[in-house]
Design a protein. Structure first.
Length: 276
């Protein structure tokens, strides 16, 4: 009988945020795959979890997937955890979960903390529609190009950023999004020095630049939806994307997606689509 692969969310800072079910699963499985076993030992010691730990990270995922799948097929149940939060969200595990699903292994999520969702829920930014993009590109040219491609999105956009690049990334956002875009900057969530700031980009940049300690910690950046439409830019964008979208889907779906991306009226986008 095949075992089970559990995807277990763990605290992002405060050890008290783990669920009872997560602790029970971690105690019951044959072994636990951990991004950094040294880091996870602190959590295990706190909750008296004695299941064996095995290192599983971006540098060994490729070579370990096959053997892990074999262990599960032999009847063993395994849990996957990351250093903090929900596995696979800007963390290793995609290849393992994808392969497990392909061969019919039961994959069970054990939900819990996520820095992106925790930040969004406390940001005060409209959250009915949002997209999470993970970490921004490390090189400025790539980062600027990426940010420009998201400038017109009419939904909240969420990024992670490291302390060594947080100031540079906000300066690039100012260049792309302008001085009036509302942004939430959240760091060290659930920890002693938790900080959640809502402000315009120039003020957030001043805050970071005023004290190097303000740049310490892991950051979540939430950019408010673009509520202004530059008709010329939107029209140019529509001309670029609509033919591509229409090649991939019907005119109605293409128009709906184009309207979401550009902010233009859906009926107008549909008329353009059927006349291509």
């Amino acid at each position: 009988m095949s075992g089970v692969l559990y995807i277990v969310a763990t605290p992002i800072g405060n050890l008290g945020d783990i669920t009872i079910r997560a602790v029970e699963i971690l105690k019951s499985v044959d072994f636990v795959l951990a991004e950094d076993t040294r880091h996870s030992k602190k959590l295990f010691a706190h909750y008296e979890i004695n299941s064996p730990l095995s290192a599983f990270h971006e540098h060994n995922e490729n070579e370990k997937v096959s053997s892990i799948i074999s262990e599960i097929n032999s009847g063993k149940s395994i849990a996957l955890i990351s250093d903090a939060g929900t596995p696979l969200i800007s963390d290793p595990g995609y290849q393992l979960v994808s392969e497990a699903i392909k061969i019919g292994v039961r994959v069970v999520p054990i939900p819990g903390p996520s820095a992106a969702i925790a930040a969004l829920s406390s940001s005060g930014i409209a959250s009915s529609s949002f997209t999470f993009f993970g970490f921004l590109p490390s090189k400025q040219a790539s980062r600027l190009k990426f940010l420009k491609s998201k400038k017109s999105l009419h939904e909240a956009i969420i990024f992670y950023e490291s302390p060594k690049r947080i100031l540079l990334s906000l300066e690039d956002m100012l260049q792309v999004f302008g001085k009036d875009r509302e942004v939430c900057l959240a760091k060290e969530l659930t920890k002693s020095f938790e900080t959640i700031l809502n402000d315009k980009l120039p003020n957030l940049i001043d805050y970071l630049a005023s004290d190097s300690n303000h740049q310490k910690g892991e950051f979540v950046i939430i950019v408010a939806p673009n509520d202004k439409i530059d008709l010329d830019d939107a029209q140019r964008q529509l001309e670029e994307i609509l033919p591509i979208l229409c090649d991939e889907m019907g005119a109605s779906k293409a128009a709906k997606l184009a309207a979401k991306i550009t902010g233009l009226d859906k009926k107008y986008c549909y008329k353009r689509a059927i006349n291509l």
